[in-house]
Ligand binder design. Sequence first.
Ligand code: PLP
Length: 465
Amino acid sequence: MNPQSHVRIMTRMEAFRGLGPKVGHTMGTMASTTDFSLTATPGRQLPVAVRAEGCRIWTADGREFIDACGGAMVMSVGHCHPRLIEALKRQADEVTFTYRFAFSNEPMLELADLLREISPMPRTWSFFNSSGSESVESAIHLALLYWQLRGQPAKTEFISRYPSYHGSTIAALGLSGTSRRNSFEALLTKNAVAQTPNADIRARRTPAAEVEFAIKQLEDAIAARGADKVAGIFLEPITGASGAAVTPPDGYLERVRELCTRHGLLMICDETITGFGRTGTWFGVEQWGVAPDVITFAKGVTSGVVPFSGMLVAGDIADVLMASPDGFPVGHTFSGYPLGCAVGAEMVRVIRDEGLLENARLMGQRLRTGLEAIAATTPHIGDIRGMGLLQGIEFVEDAESLAPRAGAAARVTAAARDRQLMIYSCPTALGSSVLESVLLAPPLNITSTDVDQILDRLSDAIGAA
Ligand code: PLP
């Protein structure tokens, strides 16, 4: 160790004092203050997190942040939930890896069983991966294999919506209706062709007219390709990073279900953000009583304890795969990872034991009421939306024009960060406009005191921005 870095570590050790007993464990591993990892913030050193618990993160320079967005809507039960850490340690002492073509493992069997109990689909089967993008890829694989086995190999195309986000791998990015695809367009397919309902508040359509508008977008897309070429429709029940919790009008998802059934398309819901209790039900589609054919999930399933994701498949679809000699032969090296499965299974029990669906509904209502009170104090909030503990705020110039307030998402997010409050910035391209919104997704086990503190800091940040 060079003497220079030793001096820096000692300086940090000073800063750690007062952060509580756990912090000492992290100090021995501190090595460098220079960041040689590729970041999206060149030239700006991000604060170094040294400890996290619940909705709080402490940094090496001694600051305490409230994490009101779980990084990227990851932290379903906050940071370092003791039961999840315990499940991880227990499993790590037993089996840390099995290769899916050679062995099964106990937590995988257990999680698949538990998911049958909480899935909104009949006779659910599961498949596990490590990230949201991977599970979207798995759903693509599954859909193509399914139609091949059903004797319809020409069904290879997908319809998805804009704005939306389904991941960063090439096929998942191809499904996504986001400006994040711009630099990679040459490799992507044009799947995101139908507008997400309620994404454009300037249209001022009634809920019924919005349903008709958005369903027609999907119908036109199906007609343009031919239903015999379309394998399925991908959608987020409520959007996350794109548009900030854009919530469909009642009747829309029910109509999508009917449309998929009528045209013979798989309805694939990407619940990477809305899954595992975020909206107050296990999965977002349950808010409308809809059973899709496939659900993908990630993020909240392990609350950041280990990278993990998965796909739920309705029994009648899975039956076709499992009746073929090859079953579902595609996946990734870490598909069925025992550590992820163990933490995921414990997550189901934690959400049940701690009554967190109920808490998400209650605290979501408190958060929503507070956000509406903030909106009443400024002309620059054009919409508050979302369900449970997934709430989005859209900034506008004024209530008459509802014109996007340029740069507001970044300014409010920065002002919140200055007040040690983390929220998620979602500037979203729609046509020639950039919609300016931010997202809040605090943990499902948040307390009313913490909700109120989030609201105080946010109100202050919005006032300053
Ligand atoms: N799908 C949705 C709805 C997402 O929000 C995300 C990530 O934000 C993904 C997929 C991709 O997940 P990951 O970044 O874990 O690959």
